[in-house]
Design a protein around this ligand. Structure first.
Ligand code: HEC
Length: 201
């Protein structure tokens, strides 16, 4: 007798909570502590269990990886995660959850960082970079991120500025990122070639 009545009350409460918009989804309204703690454990356990079988490549600390990772990081990550000597951006200040400061030692292992970068984190601004980058490129990013905690602003500047400027080249080899993407230089040239051919015929 009690069980069905309790169930109905619970369902009405949950329904009311949702329908009346009690939960505030605003990014400028932080979670209350128990909710934050729950989500934190949920996220951490999810990452730990899924990264268990990932093997870190032996050449992770190679200078080539680091150099490539530096270019990728400054282009795609520093807007949210900042870096040594990097001023807060408008983007980084509005995020909730915040993008962690990767120059501080994180609770994540190298393999777990790889997992997060590849798959992203639901309901946060962290994108799944694996949709557009292969594992090798993601390891390059991990290599650089692993180094960030010991990097001075000068070193950061030097490494990112001297990084190979071939991100577009690297991306061209990725499925879905070829000439169909409006590249800055590639498309106008293609059009010219095409037009020429049409004229020749
Ligand atoms: C649009 C903003 C944004 C961009 C761009 C972004 N991130 Fe993130 N990142 C986040 C947020 C937000 C989190 C926190 C997610 C969470 O709370 O679980 C995060 C989490 C992470 C973490 C986990 C850190 C930890 O200790 O918990 C790593 C590693 C990471 N990002 C690396 C990267 C790399 C590498 C790039 C670039 C390829 C990148 N991120 C680009 C927003 C971003």
């Amino acid at each position: 007798m009690w069980a069905p009545a309790t169930l109905i009350v619970v369902l009405l409460l949950v329904g009311g909570f949702v329908y009346f918009g009690v939960f505030n989804v605003a990014a400028d309204s932080p979670h209350i502590r128990p909710v934050y703690a729950f989500l934190d454990v949920l996220r951490n356990r999810s990452i730990v269990m899924r990264a268990r079988d990932i093997e870190v490549p032996a050449n992770l600390t190679s200078p080539e990886r680091l150099a490539k990772g530096a270019g990728l990081y400054s282009e795609m990550c520093s807007g949210c995660h900042l870096g040594p000597g990097i001023e807060k951006s408008e983007l980084s200040q509005g995020l909730y959850p915040e993008a962690p400061d990767l120059t501080k030692a994180s609770g994540l292992t190298t393999a777990q960082k790889f997992w997060v970068i590849k798959h992203g984190v639901k309901l946060s601004a962290m994108p799944a970079w694996g949709k557009t980058h292969n594992d090798e490129l993601i390891w390059d990013m991990v290599a650089f991120v692993d180094k960030l905690s010991t990097m001075s602003p000068e070193e950061y500047k030097r490494t990112t500025e001297s990084a190979p400027a071939d991100h577009d080249e690297m991306m061209r080899e990725m499925p879905g990122m070829n000439k169909d993407m409006p590249g800055p230089a590639a498309n106008p040239n293609e059009h010219t070639d095409h037009d020429h051919k049409d004229h020749d015929h």
